[in-house]
Design a protein around this ligand. Structure first.
Ligand code: COA
Length: 573
């Protein structure tokens, strides 16, 4: 039996509170420490205890762009997890499950089952929480997950909770492993052997945004906790004192963005992180940022909406809000990250853009990336160019909103002699004094909008995936890009003529480039995880394209197979 392979997907599922997330984290960390690439995806309920929790780890010795289609190995902690995943069990899938447990599987033909007495062993040990460690021991034995590294990550986590608890968990792990030696392995799945570790870090999307903030030399961060963005603040809280910065947990989102604006007015690089409901609350102050030309970065980790919506689930549905949320004509720059590496690099970049253009910048991440752990090259502080705002050099009369040739006015910190720095939400003339004439309002609107226009040409061109003409072009944004990359590779292997365009700057749109791409494709499809086809809407409004929207909104990201299937279907139309 051939038991080696390049790419393996392990899914663990059960009830929230059973330690599903920890189990997945341990598998991912152990594989990453063994020098392999990982891409994780997790979904869990909004409740603290109970409800369905799932953690999927894709492991490879090649670069990975997304969470994959489905799994090769499935570990079910309870009957609900089994029921919800049964339709995905196919011949050859390895199925590890709690037995005796709360269900007896009626398995589809060809599925290879490994019953493991997870609950029973944990109960005998007098530590019910250790059920997941019994499972982990069995998974380690059956699928070649390095025991030494697993025990190291396990000890790192539970060691902090006390010696006795750690000992029980290690014992549970050993018993699970021992049990698995009694099972006859008859599947082909096996984690690739450890290889020389590269200079990489293992980090989640949220932590990566925090790291980007630190590398971008952030001075001030204020946020109000909200799923799925909270870990950004948690990361920054630990790190920002080391670079002399400050973090405040504000009483709500309106306060947090107001504090960020205040800090920026005082000359500091400042940002916040939130999710859709928080961004909605911030919209008035985004107008203030645009009007007062105060640099500000808001990272929006999108979740299912509207209202409280699906707080722990994935969606790409804040594009309308990010681009047009607020009253009046309020310009802003909107970008979206594709993966965890982008979360680092584009946070630095977004801080730079806010400073450079003295305007609000919104960086969109999403629920799947927020919690996805990926291996990324370790960033070096000196690899990033940092941009600071244009400052007043002390010569001539200081006019905060001076109509300079590039329309970006030098800023002076409050208290600078000879410079009265006014930041006002009222319409104003060049000095900052209120001025409501029709001429002035139009002039200042033009200033605020036209000063950011150069970004369309100055920002790096969107990546084109593929050459020449194509029958079908795919324009993707955010984390959907990684899924499309793999789908197009598969389609090309089947002989389809397909191309992709992956814009990271979503507002203002790079219209000329988008139109040039579309001109090389017979038809253009835009897959996105929202109900209304939000990017499609902007493409129809701002370009000559008539894109075909492909939308889903079930709280989960696309899989490569879904894109492949859709394009195959389209090609028969
Ligand atoms: N021995 C001891 N403790 C263990 C353990 C073991 N074998 N396995 C797990 N645990 C601990 C974990 O360390 C964790 O404790 P911590 O919070 O102190 O770190 C806890 O048990 C939960 O385990 P974990 O693996 O992290 O999660 P889970 O798979 O059991 O699922 C969550 C629980 C995370 C899904 C759920 O608690 C949650 O937080 N839901 C989201 C809530 C939310 O954000 N709602 C939105 C509001 S708008």
């Amino acid at each position: 039996m051939e038991v080696t392979q390049r790419d393996l997907i392990i899914r663990v599922a059960g009830e929230g509170g059973e330690g599903i997330i920890s189990t997945g984290d341990f598998i991912a960390a152990a594989c990453a420490r063994a020098g392999l690439e990982i891409y994780t995806f997790k979904t869990f309920p909004a409740e603290i205890k109970g409800g369905y929790a799932m953690y999927q780890t894709r492991i490879s010795d090649q670069h990975i762009y997304n969470q994959g289609d489905t799994f090769d190995v499935f570990c079910a902690f309870n009957g609900e997890a089994y029921e919800l995943n049964r339709h995905l069990l196919t011949p050859g899938t390895a199925f590890v499950y709690d037995s005796p447990g709360d269900f007896e599987p009626d398995l589809p033909e060809g599925v290879i089952a490994y019953p493991v007495p997870m609950s029973e062993i944990a109960k005998k040990l007098g530590e019910k929480r250790a059920k997941n460690m019994v499972a982990l021991g069995a998974l380690s034995q059956l699928f070649n997950i390095n025991e030494t590294t697993l025990k190291r990550v396990l000890s790192d986590k539970f060691g902090r909770k006390g010696e006795a608890l750690l000992a029980k968990n290690l014992q549970a792990f050993d018993l699970g492993k021992e049990h698995a030696t009694t099972l006859e392995k008859s599947d082909r799945w096996r984690v690739a052997d450890a290889r020389e570790a590269k200079d990489v870090i293992i980090i989640s999307g949220n932590e990566a945004v925090g790291l980007g903030a630190i590398l971008g030399k952030l001075d001030f961060f204020s946020a109000y906790p909200i799923t799925p963005a909270t870990e950004v603040a948690k990361y920054v809280a630990k790190q920002i004192p080391k670079i002399g910065g400050t973090l405040i947990q504000a009483e709500d989102e309106i306060a947090s963005i107001s504090q960020v604006l205040g800090a920026s007015y005082a000359g500091k690089k400042a940002m916040t992180a939130t999710s859709g409901p928080g961004l909605a609350l911030m919209s008035e102050m985004l107008g203030m940022s645009a009007m007062s030309e105060t640099p500000v970065l808001v990272v929006d980790v999108q979740r299912g909406g509207p209202s409280t919506g699906l707080p722990t689930k994935h969606e790409q549905s804040d594009l309308f809000l990010a681009i047009h949320g607020g009253h009046g004509d309020a310009p802003r720059i909107v970008l979206a990250v594709e993966n965890v590496k982008d979360c680092i690099e584009m946070t630095v970049e977004s801080l730079n853009l806010a400073e450079q253009y003295q305007t609000p910048v919104i960086l969109l991440s999403d629920g799947s990336l927020a919690f996805s752990t990926q291996t990324v090259p370790a960033p070096k502080a000196d690899e990033f160019t940092l941009v600071n705002r244009k400052r007043w050099d002390g010569s001539g009369e200081y006019k905060r909103y001076e109509l300079t040739p590039d329309l970006i006015s030098p800023m002076a910190d409050p208290g600078t002699e000879g410079a009265m720095h006014i930041a006002t939400g009222l319409e104003h003339g060049e000095t900052g004094a209120p001025r409501y004439t029709a001429d002035n309002h139009e002039t200042m609107h033009r200033k605020r909008f036209n000063k950011i226009k150069p970004i369309v040409d100055n920002y790096r061109v969107a990546e084109v995936d593929g050459e020449g003409n194509a029958d079908i072009g795919v324009i993707a944004w955010g984390s959907t890009i990684g899924v499309v990359r793999e789908a197009l590779t598969r389609l090309r292997a089947k002989g389809f003529k397909v191309k992709g365009l992956y814009p990271k700057l979503l507002w203002p749109l790079q219209v000329a480039q988008i139109e040039a791409f579309a001109a090389s494709c017979q038809r253009v499809i835009v897959p996105e995880v929202n109900y209304q086809g939000q990017l499609s809407h902007f493409l129809r409004a701002e370009t000559n394209l008539k894109p075909i929207p492909y939308t889903i909104c079930g709280g989960l990201p696309f899989t490569p197979a879904m894109i492949v299937h859709k394009i195959e279907e389209m090609s028969h139309e």
